[in-house]
Design a protein around this ligand. Structure first.
Ligand code: SF4
Ligand code: SF4
Ligand code: FES
Length: 492
């Protein structure tokens, strides 16, 4: 149907509200309490619009709860609406402390933006502001500043309607109203709790982990994929902008993951991610392996690569355990360069941790590896028992990635390991080569449903660390003459 915003004709679908139809036509109506995936409480009133009538006075209503009708003429910028919006902002900021200077939401706060866009004037109230608890621990992960809360109830509705933990509620009324944990629920058990930090339009809900780590304008996002399970949620990894690099403090702060937020992707995760994605810094920033070794003694990458190729060329029954954290590009390079020379099997690098949610109603999937589907499309799965893959005849085992303790390797068999994180077993390998992690390389993962998502490098790897894709190509090139020589040369 046709309707009009400020005289401009637009199209709306049956049943759409004014705010939905406006967005579909590229017009954003100011809102605090409305969210496209949550119910409509209509409590902030900032989305008020004027509707012109053919006869009689215009009327005023909230765009988030008013259905569009054929020919409806909506005004967003009439004199009355501009005044109403200003008054609404005066009311919403009545008790809000003006502590933007110390607020972690500063720079991406909707209240700040709307104050400048629609009010821009100091408070007209002569009454003292109502004070409330500044630091209320809502859970082990989230701190609540009650004074900044504008009671939009987005957080409460998220736990009722999306995560379904029903862990939050509102208590008291008027300017005494407070967000609180629900009596019979524990917000710590909500696997999606950190989404309320993004949802909160003000700095009332803050990550306790990230509190006071960095101002948002010092950071930039890089598109990535959460490797926490086979869902492969699209995410943004936030890290320090090069122009704001710290010089006097620990240089590692410049290559730290400061926070992780969902990257909207309707095909994979919609607008949300689970808390495992928020904790990727702990996973990625474990102690790294940075030195190639031969039998535990340090060597350079070129020597280690040549040695690996020699061991593979000399082996009669070599087996390779392929990482299900490898990117599509790395897996393809492995298939081309190495698979003709070894018997490959796909292994799980990570299994569910004790107490970890294995699967749920929303996003979390049972396989805790991001790319097993793509790996299985190229190579067979590791059999149920390792003994079916690694037999007494196996004379070489190449292990790519984590999740293999080495006890199944037959005595006398040679071992090549490629891993990103430090592990004492690496010193026992005949050849060890450190490889880059996801935040240091670009590529794609294919999730459980076959959707391919990209990730991009945020940081450069340290010197001495190889990119697996290049490494496989180099080993393949070294193998070609070595294998040809083994076939045509004199018997050793
Ligand atoms: S804590 Fe934030 S999201 Fe929750 S009601 Fe208050 S302002 Fe809204
Ligand atoms: S559902 Fe899986 S992929 Fe998505 S954020 Fe959680 S662990 Fe990561
Ligand atoms: S967005 Fe419409 S009342 Fe809050």
């Amino acid at each position: 149907m046709e309707f009009f915003i400020d005289g401009v004709p637009m199209q709306a679908e049956d049943g759409q509200t004014v705010i939905q139809a406006a967005r579909a036509n590229g017009v954003d109506i100011p809102h605090f309490c409305w969210h496209p995936e949550l119910s409509v409480p209509g409590n902030c009133r900032i989305c008020m619009v004027e509707v012109e009538q053919e006869k009689g006075d215009p009327w005023f209503d909230i765009a988030c709860n008013m259905p569009v009708t054929e020919g409806m003429r909506v005004l967003l910028h009439s004199e009355k609406i501009v005044r109403l919006r200003k008054q609404t902002m005066q009311f919403i900021t009545l008790n809000h402390p003006v502590d933007c200077g110390i607020c972690n939401k500063s720079g991406e706060c909707t209240l700040q933006d709307f104050h400048y866009a629609h009010n821009g004037q100091a408070s007209l109230s002569r009454d003292a502001k109502t004070h409330a608890t500044k630091f209320f621990p809502l859970s082990d992960r989230i701190m609540l500043d009650n004074e900044r809360c504008i009671m939009c109830t987005l957080c409460v509705r998220f736990t009722n309607e999306v995560s379904q933990s029903k862990a939050l509620c509102a208590v008291n009324r008027g300017d005494h109203a407070l967000i609180r944990p629900a009596e019979d629920a524990n917000f710590d058990n909500d696997q999606y709790s950190d989404n309320v930090i993004d949802l909160c339009p003000v700095g009332a809900l803050l990550s306790r982990q990230l509190l006071d780590h960095a101002r948002v304008w010092y950071l930039q996002p890089t598109r990535s994929v959460c490797p926490g399970c086979e869902r492969g949620c699209s995410i943004d990894i936030w890290h320090r902008k090069p122009e704001w690099a710290l010089r006097a403090l620990d240089p590692r702060l410049n290559t730290r993951i400061d926070r992780v937020t969902p990257h909207e992707n309707p095909e994979v995760n919609g607008l949300w991610v689970c808390n495992k994605a928020r904790d990727l810094a702990a996973l990625f920033e474990r102690p790294r392996a940075t030195q190639a070794t031969l039998g535990g003694a340090a060597t350079d990458l070129a020597t280690a690569t040549a040695s690996a190729a020699r061991l593979i060329a000399a082996a009669r029954h070599p087996v390779a355990l392929v990482s299900s954290w490898g990117s599509n590009e790395e897996l393809a390079a492995f298939a081309t360069a190495l698979a003709p020379h070894v018997q490959p099997f796909v292994k799980a690098d990570h299994l569910p941790l004790p107490g970890e949610v294995v699967e749920d109603h929303l996003l979390i999937k049972p396989d805790k590896n991001p790319n097993r589907r793509a790996a299985l499309a190229l190579f067979p799965a590791l059999p149920g028992t390792l003994a079916e893959a690694i037999t007494p005849q196996t004379d070489l085992v190449l292990v790519w990635g984590e999740g293999f303790d080495g006890s199944a390797v037959p005595a006398g068999a040679r071992v090549i390991r490629l891993d990103a994180y430090a592990d004492p077993v690496q010193a026992q390998a005949d050849v060890f080569i450190p490889v880059s992690i996801q935040t240091e390389r670009s590529g794609h993962y294919t999730n459980f449903a076959g959707v391919v998502s990209p990730f991009t490098a945020c940081f450069a790897p340290a010197a001495g660390i190889a990119h697996a894709e290049e490494l496989f190509r180099a080993i393949g090139l070294a193998l070609a003459p070595a294998v040809a020589g083994a076939l045509t040369g004199p018997a050793a």
